[in-house]
Write a protein that binds this ligand. Sequence first.
Ligand SMILES: Nc1ncnc2c1ncn2[C@@H]1O[C@H](COP(=O)(O)OP(=O)(O)OP(=O)(O)O)[C@@H](O)[C@H]1O
Ligand SMILES: [Mg+2]
Length: 451
Amino acid sequence: MSARVLVVDDDKAHLAMLVAMLQGWGYAVHPATDGEDAIALVREHSFDAVLTDIRMARVDGLEALRQIRSYNPFLPVLLMTAYSSLDIAVEALKAGAVDYLHKPLDFDELRSALQRTITHGALRPLPAAETQDLSSAIIGTSPPMLELKRMIQAVAPSEASVLILGESGTGKELVAKAIHHDSLRSGKPLVTVNCAALQENLLESELFGHEKGAFTGALRQRDGLFVQANGGTLFLDEIGEMAVALQAKLLRALQEGEVQRIGSDRLIRVDVRILAATNRDMQAEIQAGRFREDLYYRLNVIALHVPSLRERAEDIPALAQYFLTRFAERNKKSIRGVTPRAMDAMLRYTWPGNVRELENIVERAVILTPDSYIAEKDLPAALTATPVSRDEEPRSNTSGQLLEDAERQAIQRILEQVNYNKSEAARQLGITRVTLRNKMKKFGLGENQTP
Ligand SMILES: Nc1ncnc2c1ncn2[C@@H]1O[C@H](COP(=O)(O)OP(=O)(O)OP(=O)(O)O)[C@@H](O)[C@H]1O
Ligand SMILES: [Mg+2]
């Protein structure tokens, strides 16, 4: 059972980095971008610790600390600040902070501070329902992903059919798993069937089962997936590919709550919740006569839209870090991160294959790279051959800001790792010393400077 940590920072890139890192250390992490959100979250959920920035717009960290303490005096709060001022430290400790960390963070120090805080804190077992909250395993803190997670939490405990829409590779199956996992049926099976993988007759016998001898090859009687999912959830993946004739049989089964094995007259009662997913435009499918409108309304009691990766570029750093940690572990390689140039390429790319494509690219890079950072050379040409260059094309403010933050952090991290040896840092970053010097000046990064 992993401890739950609420991490609060209004610098989104820094927040994404912290979340990825703490998850890597095995914590269940909940992000918030300001003090007000943090206070609201503390009122709704139980946490084992809070890690919060002090300087934030809206409600700042000290104020959040006071309100959190007044709401739950047992919840340990760790503060981080870039301003090394004794006054703030004293004020923070007086207000009840358990510890106080300087930015730029020393990661080892943060790790041990968290361990200390959580083992010394009053350890109370969390209710099972809370630790099973799988939607926290869905990476992403962009507004559309937070909205999606909120919707998952809201629909999971209901019995409603949910239609999960989104481009290929966006995480539709992961959403289906999260809904089942967070539902009251989580103790019963989640049975998945890919409607595109089987030809019509086979799919029918998979879904409904068959009697012995019902057709050539039916050597034994077999239960269908509806029966196997009884009491649980049936996930109909790629529902848009199902043949129209079979759609009619499916609709009947859903309406009656009963199924019939092929070759049998007996009706079997089943209690199954239906989740379905598709990457097709269902309105167009209905228009074209390829999908039954009545079945569509039956499945689409609630529609969840999983956003494409290009609609939420700010989630790319956290996803990349998450996959990197996973694949580095699996391949027994010690890879720490992504160079700013490689991250720049990732942030600019349009990701037609969405998260699955990002996952594959990170896996490939982890396997290929001999270094401790994934660099441009480890990425496929499609990513690095993006024609627009940085100086020619002004990017939108948010992605530009995000890039700068990510770049500044990566440069700072490498500089610290190599003890400000500029040749070595430039080598690891894949840039020239002159470029490095310019960037250090631009970001105010120097040995004696506090950024
Ligand atoms: N937000 C996320 N956080 C972590 N992993 C994710 C996320 N979204 C997707 N993934 C991972 O990306 C891969 C693709 O996701 P998934 O199979 O759920 O996509 P899909 O929408 O069902 O794709 P398709 O339409 O091609 O079937 C999986 O390995 C999944 O675990
Ligand atoms: Mg899928």
